[in-house]
Design a protein around this ligand. Structure first.
Ligand code: CU
Length: 325
């Protein structure tokens, strides 16, 4: 099944896997390239740092990775707030229960009872996409909730992300909108967690193989329940540690931005002493930094509905047999 790897190739793999262990960020597990600042829209990308392998070998052990042949993503930007989970994080990044109902206290333009539609996700369908074939996931409101993208042969022929030849990083780009923190919110950042799946094998025959896909999110769901395909074999305990998610962190612009030759100055939006309800914003005892971090992630029902690549003709879905489940 797995071809023989030369010593030279193994050396390359060990460089990649060392990076994996070191950071869980750049060039490691699938992540998101850039952190962003509030009030700024732009282009970002998922970083596909390596292909699929089984969790039976610990991350960091030199091993062959299967080529990535398809990828899908689900953003936490549904209009229905029950399709996302919003958490305040403690100083160690641990999510505080219960989850918040929505982001209306913290993000400008988000109204109570409505989801994070302000994220402004947009599609990039040409000019350096990961694969030639890409279809957006569009909800009833016309919003882009994520996308599915795959290597040919249909309808356009394109190559997989070659991991069996040399360790490499693929970039799958997307657009994001301008997000503004409410001046009366204590939040100093918002971690936008995105569910991502990289497929390396296609069709029902691959279902028993642990290297058929990598699912990049913090926990299993009813559909994505195989721990061997998750970031690691042991489930995260959300009460004691921060789970791994591909994350785009949006930082509050607490200091403001001076004018440049091409842009006007941006006023500071400092974390206030107290929030809209008169509750004091927390100050970190060690760093003296005021405010807390928030995280938003797609809920299980949203992930299970939109992360699998549907079996339908282009442009409604990927051609051929279902990739997963
Ligand atoms: Cu990794």
């Amino acid at each position: 099944m797995k071809e023989f790897k030369s010593v030279k190739k193994l050396a390359l793999y060990s460089v990649a896997t060392v990076l994996c262990v070191a950071g869980q960020s750049a060039f490691a597990h699938t992540g998101i390239r850039d952190k962003v600042t509030e009030g700024v829209s732009g282009y970002n990308a998922f970083t596909i740092g390596h292909g699929c392998s089984t969790n039976a070998v610990a991350e960091g052990t030199p091993t062959a990775h299967e080529n990535v042949i398809a990828m899908s993503a689900v953003f936490p930007n549904a209009a229905d707030p029950s399709l996302a989970k919003v958490y305040q994080l403690d100083a160690k990044g641990i999510q505080i229960e219960p989850a918040l109902a929505d982001l209306s206290d913290h993000i400008v333009g988000v109204t109570p009872g409505v989801g994070f539609t302000k994220l402004g996700v947009g599609l990039v369908t040409g000019g350096g996409t990961l694969f030639a074939n890409i279809i957006p996931t569009i909800d009833a409101t016309g919003a882009i909730r994520g996308y599915h993208t795959w290597a040919g042969p249909k309808p356009f022929v394109s190559a997989p992300l070659e991991e069996s030849i040399v360790s490499t990083t693929g970039l799958s780009p997307f657009k994001y909108g301008s997000v503004q923190f409410n001046p009366k919110s204590c939040a100093k950042s918002l971690k936008v967690r995105v569910a991502v799946a990289n497929w390396c094998r296609q069709g029902p025959a691959s279902k028993k193989l642990a290297d058929r896909l990598d699912v990049w999110m913090g926990h299993t769901t009813a559909v994505f329940k195989d721990q061997a395909t998750m970031p690691r074999d042991i489930p995260y305990n959300a009460a004691t540690e921060a789970p791994f998610w591909p994350t785009m962190t949006i930082y509050r612009n607490t200091t403001g931005t001076p004018a440049t030759a091409t842009a006007a100055a941006v006023a500071a939006n400092p974390v206030p002493d107290t929030d809209a309800n008169g509750v004091a914003c927390p100050v970190d005892a060690v760093t003296g930094v005021k405010g807390f971090d928030l995280a938003i992630e797609p809920a299980d029902a949203d992930i299970d509905a939109n992360l699998p690549i549907p079996n339908a003709p282009y442009p409604m879905g990927a051609p051929g047999a279902k990739y997963f489940p």
